[in-house]
Write a protein that binds this ligand. Structure first.
Ligand code: AMP
Length: 181
């Protein structure tokens, strides 16, 4: 059983399990593919344990994951802490009454939804995703969590792209990134 990786180890683990994919999903985008990290059992466990250790088990009541790679992280954190997981989904996927919020993408618009009864009033919600880029997805998700009655207890990504304004856009909310490039 690992004693737990330190912050620098976790950053290195993330860095060494990213595959850069140029021009995906469209020309000019350098896609940061983190599926190799998900696929490596011991590394995935270190990363999940590192996220839980950073926030402290007991500092959140439920974990929300942003579709779709956020689901992988959220489910593992929830299982590791004995908590439940809530999906924040692309519009039109959730079957019952939802809160919905639209946001600007580089080209066009996208929308996210969460069930209106996803959280108990005041429930402390840890929100997770794989990559923070412009911050539109995260900002919209954190707003939805609050509209649905949750309190944002923390927001974690594996990778933050610091040449984009995600962190500034989320301020004064804190961003926890295992690796910032
Ligand atoms: P944004 O709303 O611009 O912060 O984009 C964040 C969402 O898009 C996250 O759910 C990421 O999974 C995905 N994403 C954005 N840019 C990238 C990228 N360069 N590589 C991988 N995923 C990305």
């Amino acid at each position: 059983m690992s004693k737990g990786a330190c912050v620098a180890d976790l950053a290195e683990l993330v860095a060494s399990h990213i595959v850069d994919v140029p021009d995906f999903p469209k020309p000019g985008i350098l896609f940061k593919d983190l599926t190799p990290l998900f696929a490596d059992g011991p590394v995935f466990r270190e990363v999940i344990d590192g996220i839980v250790a950073y926030h402290g088990a007991g500092s959140f009541d439920v974990v929300a994951g942003i579709e779709a790679r956020g689901f992988v992280l959220a489910a593992a954190i929830a299982y590791a802490t004995g908590l439940g997981v809530v999906p924040v989904r692309k519009a039109g996927k959730l079957p019952r009454e939802t809160h919905r919020a639209s946001y600007e993408l580089e080209y066009g618009e996208a929308a996210l939804e969460v069930h209106t009864d996803a959280f108990k009033p005041g429930e402390r919600v840890l929100v997770v995703d794989d990559v923070l880029a412009t911050g539109g997805t995260a900002a919209t998700t954190l707003d939805l969590v609050e509209r649905a009655g949750g309190t944002v207890a923390g927001f974690t990504v594996l990778l933050e792209l610091s040449f984009l304004p995600g962190r500034d856009r989320l301020a004064p909310r804190e961003v926890h990134a295992l690796l910032t490039v």
